[in-house]
Design a protein around this ligand. Structure first.
Ligand code: UTP
Length: 304
């Protein structure tokens, strides 16, 4: 079955990035020269999505504006003959790709609630969820992570959550899957799952396979979100609803190919900026000597 819709929850408060997120949505923070939201929207188009649904909130219209046409700016660039910049702008709203819709989440009642807000636009079909915080970089020769997952879904027809191995001491920072078979073979991509555990202590963690912000879900998850119990602060957790899918369908962890940066965290965000800048030869040339200087100054890793 084709997956046509990608849901992008962007209604969170972004408190870890205050004060900038007081007036600028976290999803507009730039990595090199594009906002976080642009990376996931492009990933959605690369996976053949026909529509992207932003689950937004008050004060975040700038996210929709970013993908709107800008006739004045385009005419100014045309007049200056700035063809390359013009092409970059036009790529934001390429003709022939899908449309961007938006719905509102009236209060930040959790990721599960944000996904539920998109129900009417998604309809009764499988859909993707992408969290803009998780920037996943893939080599040009490698399909994007959502593309990889859409292909895996065609094969399995069951819900998928992206997972990656994390250091076992870090499991209390993630949702972690409980694999049916605890012997994970090297190179195995699809891991059948019998449960998901939120932030387990390392000693209690059923695996070190952490859930990352890419999902393909079947529409029965909406009823489970609607009827599931509320957690602290009335929050509706996506993880709980995915667990509740398990008696009626298989759920797989998908070990993706790509490098993930946690851009919801200040250090992860800086790492993304550095790594993606270093991929651009013209930036690398000036950055590397600077980084070497910094390393010498700070005395290498752990120095100071
Ligand atoms: P996070 O919990 O990482 O984002 O949610 P946050 O709450 O905005 O950030 P902090 O922790 O306060 O710094 C992951 C994604 O889910 C969205 C967020 O916008 C982010 O893209 N989200 C979260 C919603 O859309 N609604 C919610 O109620 C919660």
């Amino acid at each position: 079955m084709t997956i046509r819709t990608a849901v992008l929850p962007v209604a969170g408060l972004g408190t870890r990035f205050l004060p900038i997120t007081k007036s600028l949505p976290k999803e507009m923070l730039p990595v090199v020269d594009a906002p976080l939201i642009q990376y996931v929207v492009e990933e959605a188009w690369s996976a053949g999505m026909e529509q992207v649904v932003l689950v937004s909130s008050r004060g975040k219209a700038i996210l929709e504006d970013h993908f709107d046409t800008s006739p004045e700016l385009e005419s100014a660039l045309e007049a200056k003959g700035a063809e390359a910049l013009l092409a970059t702008l036009r790529e934001l709203t390429p003709a022939g790709v899908g449309r961007i819709a938006s719905v509102r989440q009236s209060a930040p009642l959790g990721l599960g609630h944000a996904v539920l807000c998109a129900r009417a636009v998604v309809g009764n079909e499988p859909f993707a969820v992408l969290l803009p915080d998780d920037l996943i970089w893939t080599e040009e020769s490698t399909p994007t992570v959502l593309r990889q997952m859409v292909d895996a879904f065609q094969h399995k027809g069951s819900s998928l959550v992206a997972v990656m191995e994390v250091d076992p001491s870090q499991t209390d920072k993630y949702g972690v899957i409980d694999p049916v078979d605890r012997e994970i073979k090297p190179g195995e991509r699809l891991i059948q799952t019998q449960g998901l555990v939120e932030k387990p202590e390392p000693a209690q963690a059923p695996s070190n396979l952490a859930v990352i912000g890419r999902y393909i879900l079947t529409p029965d998850v909406f009823d489970l979100l609607e009827n599931g119990k509320r957690g602290a602060g009335g929050e509706i957790q996506l993880t709980d609803a995915i667990c509740a899918l398990l008696p009626s369908q298989s759920v797989y962890g998908y070990r993706f190919e790509g490098t993930r940066f946690d851009c919801g965290d200040k250090v992860g965000y800086q790492m993304a900026n550095l790594a993606l800048s270093l991929h651009r030869p013209e930036m690398r040339e000036r950055l590397l000597p600077f980084l070497q200087e910094q390393l010498a100054h700070w005395g290498g890793v752990g120095g100071g």
